[in-house]
Design a protein around this ligand. Sequence first.
Ligand SMILES: [Ca+2]
Ligand SMILES: [Ca+2]
Length: 286
Amino acid sequence: MMSFSFLRRSVPAFALGLVLMMASAVTAAPVTITVTIQNLAPVNGNFLTPLWVGFHNGGFDIYNPGAPVTPGVERVAEDGLTAAISSEFAASGAGVVQGTIMGPVMPEIAPGQTASMAFIVDGSLTSSRYFSYATMIIPSNDAFIANDNPFAFPVFDSAGNFLGADFIVLGSQVLDAGTEVNDEIPAHTAFFGQMMPNTGVTENGVVGLHPGFLPPGSGGILDDPRFMSADFRAPGYQIARITVTQGTEPIPEPATIVLLGTGLAGVAAGVRQRRIGKKDAAVKKK
Ligand SMILES: [Ca+2]
Ligand SMILES: [Ca+2]
């Protein structure tokens, strides 16, 4: 009898616990976030291939300095192709949300151009807590940028609050995948005359900082007028700014900030809400 009354008394408490759990699940609803990449190279500088990005639990490590790359990273670094790294990401089980962000005009992202894509992620899931990226520097044999440390960019904290990211990748951080010899022969060099992917002299090397392009006068990339300013080893050379922001808008533009400061915030917020509402239905390529 005692046990029955105990049960009767504990039921409301248990039910309350359930309600609270459901309430917290509602607060941690999926949110829309936008990844934006801006090519910061000067005119006649480096282009970038479509940017691969993924959200994960910290268990997806793109590369390690001094070690050979995976086939997926080789395809990014040599040809800017992301299908293989996407498969590796999916197979890792570290995350479920990923994408490839194309340039606004052509797949490549030209100097000065900005490209972005919206994603729906649930920050309450550890599987969406960290952000990683990889893209190829073109033209090049196998130059790329990507984060070494999978925990480098927590875009949500442990409670699921959005943190975002905003960082600049410098030319001094460009990597050599160690998979293709840097001969800069046009027929071997992506975006420089190479007609087929996976062509070039195999290097059988490991990932390390890129030594830079062949010096001007040696018939390499820097001797092509289209890429005369592509020496990313030049002091202060910036490759890209990458941001992860909440909502479907990329980096706030100066005009938006002025608007917010002059009391038109309500109008701006209304416009923003409508846009978000529209894009939630089919969030993908912006
Ligand atoms: Ca690593
Ligand atoms: Ca190389």
